[in-house]
Structures are given as structure tokens and as C-alpha cells.
Design a protein around this ligand. Structure first.
Ligand code: UDX
Ligand code: UDX
Length: 462
């Protein structure tokens, strides 16, 4: 029997799992079920070893699991029981056919919509949690309404803005919750149902209601604009390296202008993660579909600049190390796409590793959380890579250390000890500018920060 306070989420991934755990924790009067076709993932959500690493997540899950939070593989039963159905399945970039390389692959979403249409026996509110292209709600609504039993469905868009590593904080205290609804009869009531759910813990003025297309578009544009800031500062880091300016100083000076602000202006090896590139390409594809080529090219440049930054970092390593990496051991510190996560989707580490291996380097990869994913990403390269739980083991006998991820733990290592165990000259490439470069130089390292002059002991070095 469907109950108005029964929620289902299809997709127990990085978004579905934490989001539903937070809803269950904050809304004890609701029953929240998370369903996924991946039985292994569900087993882990039901265990003490959750399938994703996210600070604070386990405590939230523990608070609600077994009380009003359940994880299951029985999607159909979940559909029958629920009134509100969130869909949070993956929407990767299409790899085939029309729009390959840019458009979102909606096959999983469509499969879910069809399953809901076939299984439901009463009115449901279906909520887009995955990021979808603009106007997807319309297509989904059409699929749902085509059910032969005349059951009514409402489709809402409720994009997720959490960032990995800070997901619990973001969910608990969001800048805004966005809810988009279609202009069909009764959609106001559906929207109010979702507003009431979030109002359990989010101040009403931060719950923003819009039309469904604006909501879908806002998600793409938020990610595009965040990524654009990173590409902007990364482009300037290249210029700083040539001119003698220091990108950290430039970033700080620029960001003290309150109109610009300080966030997302940290230069680095490039942005990664499952969303930025995919969502921008999605936006680019959308513009192309509407013959807005100038707009498409403008946004595509954000991704091209990111590719450039990853390539530039690898090329700088080769150039600094006398134009040859053949047989040299390089310790990569970090493989996750950012700190505090084990996620490696679209991590710059993948591309940088491949480029270094093409130069015949031997890699020693260390990451506090991401080694299992790194092994999967680098399958086929086993001969050239050693995976190290211990950073000191990774650096032993290495010619260089390259900081790829901004894990705080890397700032607390004993760099004298690392230096002593390395081949000389010992290079250090800080792709995130998180270390004390002057101190490293004094230890004896050849130091290559990002977007600023190198610190070198070599005479005549330029
Ligand atoms: C993210 C973003 O949230 C989303 O907006 C984007 O569109 C895709 O990537 P995320 O939670 O990180 O989603 O994805 P992922 O961790 O891959 O989880 C998706 C889950 O859906 C997987 O566990 C997968 O098994 C499940 N799934 C997929 C189903 O249960 N049924 C399907 O038919 C397909
Ligand atoms: C992003 C969005 O922030 C979030 O709102 C959306 O829901 C999903 O996509 P996420 O990808 O998890 O979240 O992490 P984010 O903190 O945005 O970092 C993305 C990438 O940008 C990382 O590789 C990070 O290292 C990089 N980054 C971020 C920089 O290089 N410089 C910065 O200043 C900030």
C-alpha cells in the first residue's frame, strides 16, 4: 500500500545514498527506502563498510538505518510502496550514436521511468535527482503518462548541489534547495509535498521553487560557472609561470574584490569529478541543438582549458626532468579527484598517469582512500605501476614526487625523510600548491609549484 510519507530513491550512488540518509535522519516521520540494481552496493550500504567514503556519512546512516532508512535491491516493491520517488541513477556522457562525447546518455533514466510506469498502482511524484538535460522532465512525463492504467504522475526537478568530501555539511546546510515543477494541473500540490519534506530542516527562504526547465538549467549552469572559474585561474597559472607573477598572490588579490569572491579560484592540475565535464558538455550539446554555436564554443573552452592544464602539468614534469622519464620512478601523491573522497571519476590523475607512462615512467601511486578505484582506472598498466598504502614506500628510490590531490595529510609528511630516500636530484611538483615550497627547497628538492617560479639548485637553470 502506498503511503504519502513513504519515499523511494532509485540509485544508491554518491548522490542517492547520502541524500536519502540525510532525509531519513531529519524526517523521522517518513520511511525512506533506497533501491539499487547493484546487490553488492546494497549489501555494503547495509554493512559497517559503506560503499563510498564520505566524512560524517556513517554517523548519519547509523542514526536512521533500520529505523526509517532501508537499502534494498527490490526496486518494484519500493515503487509500489512509495508516494515520492527520487531517481538518482547515473547519466554518463553518451559514447555512441548522435551526440556521442557530449550528450547525456539517458538509457538508465528511461528504463527507470518505464519500470515506474509499469509497476505503479497509484499516483506518484517522480523527482529528477540526477542531472538531466533541459526539457528531460517533459519526455519523462510522457513516458510515465503512457501507462495503460491511467495512473497519474507528477514530475519534479530537484537537482543536487552537494560536493563530494563535504556532502554531509552541504546536505545539512544547503545554500539553496531548488525545486522545479511542470505547469500541469495539481503540480503545485506535488511541489508543496517536496517543499514540506525539505522544510523539516532547511529554512523556507532557502527553498527555491521555479519552473522545471529553469531548475534543470540552473544545475547545468551552476556547475559550468564553478568549472569556468577554475579554468580561468588555471589559464592564468600558465601565464604566471612565464612571467614571474605568482598565481596564489594573483588569486588572492583578485578574490579580495567582493564582487568576485574567493571560492573556486584555487589553481590546480585541473578539475575532475563525475559532474563538471559531463554537465558542461551537456550544455554545449544543448546549445548546438539550438544552433547557438557561439555559446556552445564559449562553454566548450572551459573543458578544453582543463585538458590543457592536465597536459601542461605532465609536460612540465618531462621537461624539468631533462626531457626523459624512461625508467624513472615517479611517486604520485593522490589519485582521487579531490581531497576527502575515494572517488576517481574523471580525476586528472588518470590522464596525468597515462601521459607519464607514455614517457616510460614507472609510477608509484599513493592515496589515502582511492587506491581500489585507481587500480580499476589503470587496468592494463600493471607493469608500470606500483600501488602503495604508505607514502614513504612510494617515494623510496623515486626521482620525483608529484602532488595530484589536495589531501591535508600530504602537508604533514616528513619531507626530509622522503627526500633522503629519493634519487638525486629529487624533484617535487606541487600540482595543488599545498606545501611549503621554501622549506622543501631548503631540504634540497628541486621545487616546481604551480603557477609560480620554480625553486632550483641547478646553476644556469631557467
Ligand atoms: C552522479 C550525479 O548525481 C548525477 O547527477 C549524474 O547524472 C550521475 O552521477 P552518482 O550518485 O554519483 O550520480 O552516480 P553513481 O554513484 O554512479 O550511482 C548511480 C547508481 O544507480 C549506481 O549505484 C547504479 O547501480 C544505480 N542504477 C543505475 C540503478 O539502480 N538502476 C539503473 O537502471 C541504473
Ligand atoms: C561539484 C559541485 O561543486 C557540486 O555542487 C555538484 O553537485 C557536483 O559537482 P564535486 O565535483 O563533488 O562537486 O566537487 P568540487 O568541490 O566542486 O570539485 C570539483 C573539482 O574542482 C575537483 O577536482 C577539485 O579539486 C577542483 N577544484 C575545486 C579546483 O581545482 N579548484 C578550486 O578552487 C575548487
Amino acid at each position: 500500500m502506498e503511503n504519502k510519507k513513504s519515499i523511494l530513491c532509485i540509485g544508491a550512488g554518491y548522490v542517492g545514498g547520502p541524500t536519502m540518509a540525510m532525509i531519513a535522519a531529519k524526517c523521522p516521520d517518513y520511511t525512506v527506502t533506497v533501491a539499487d540494481i547493484n546487490a553488492d552496493r546494497i549489501a555494503r550500504w547495509n554493512s559497517d563498510s559503506l560503499p563510498i567514503y564520505e566524512p560524517g556519512l556513517y554517523d548519519v546512516v547509523k542514526q536512521a538505518r533500520g529505523r526509517n532508512l532501508f537499502f534494498t535491491t527490490d526496486v518494484e516493491q519500493g515503487i509500489r510502496n512509495a508516494y515520492l520517488i527520487f531517481v538518482s541513477v547515473n547519466t554518463p556522457t553518451k559514447t555512441f550514436g548522435a551526440g556521442a562525447g557530449k550528450a547525456a546518455d539517458l538509457q538508465y533514466w528511461e528504463k527507470c521511468a518505464r519500470l515506474i510506469a509499469e509497476t505503479a498502482d497509484s499516483t506518484k511524484i517522480v523527482v529528477e535527482k540526477s542531472t538531466l538535460p533541459v526539457r528531460a522532465a517533459e519526455a519523462i512525463h510522457r513516458i510515465l503518462q503512457s501507462n495503460p492504467r491511467g495512473i497519474e504522475f507528477h514530475v519534479l526537478s530537484n537537482p543536487e548541489f552537494l560536493a563530494e568530501g563535504t556532502a554531509i555539511r552541504d546536505l545539512e546546510n544547503p545554500d539553496r534547495v531548488l525545486i522545479g515543477s511542470m505547469t500541469v494541473p495539481d503540480s503545485h500540490e506535488a511541489m508543496q509535498t517536496l517543499v514540506d519534506l525539505y522544510a523539516h530542516w532547511v529554512p523556507r527562504e532557502r527553498i527555491l521553487t521555479t519552473n522545471v526547465w529553469s531548475s534543470e538549467m540552473s544545475k547545468l549552469v551552476s556547475n559550468a560557472m564553478l568549472a569556468q572559474r577554475i579554468s580561468s585561474i588555471n589559464s592564468i597559472s600558465a601565464l604566471c609561470e612565464r612571467t614571474g607573477a605568482d598565481v596564489s598572490e594573483v588569486s588572492r588579490a583578485v578574490s579580495m574584490d567582493s564582487r568576485i569572491g574567493s571560492k573556486f579560484l584555487r589553481p590546480g592540475v585541473g578539475f575532475g569529478g563525475s559532474c563538471f565535464k559531463k554537465d558542461i558538455l551537456n550544455l554545449v550539446y544543448l546549445c548546438e541543438q539550438y544552433n547557438l554555436d557561439a555559446v556552445a564554443k564559449y562553454w566548450e573552452q572551459v573543458v578544453l582549458m582543463n585538458d590543457y592544464q592536465e597536459r601542461r602539468f605532465a609536460e612540465r614534469i618531462v621537461k624539468a626532468m631533462f626531457n626523459t622519464l624512461s625508467g624513472k620512478r615517479i611517486a604520485l601523491f593522490g589519485f582521487a579527484f579531490k581531497a576527502d573522497t575515494g572517488d576517481t571519476r574523471e580525476s586528472p590523475a588518470i590522464y596525468i598517469s597515462r601521459m607519464l607512462i607514455e614517457e616510460h615512467a614507472k609510477l608509484a601511486i599513493h592515496d589515502p582512500q582511492a587506491l581500489p578505484n585507481a587500480r580499476l582506472d589503470m587496468k592494463g598498466y600493471e607493469d608500470c605501476i606500483e600501488y602503495c598504502e604508505d607514502p614513504y614506500e612510494a617515494a623510496r628510490g623515486a626521482h620525483a614526487i608529484a602532488i595530484i590531490t589536495d589531501w591535508h595529510a600530504f602537508t604533514e609528511l616528513d619531507y626530509q625523510r622522503l627526500y633522503d630516500s629519493m634519487e638525486k636530484p629529487a624533484f617535487l611538483f606541487d600540482g595543488r600548491n599545498i606545501l611549503d615550497h621554501r622549506k622543501l627547497f631548503e631540504i634540497g628538492f628541486e621545487v616546481y609549484p604551480l603557477g609560480k617560479a620554480k625553486l632550483s639548485h641547478m646553476v644556469h637553470s631557467r
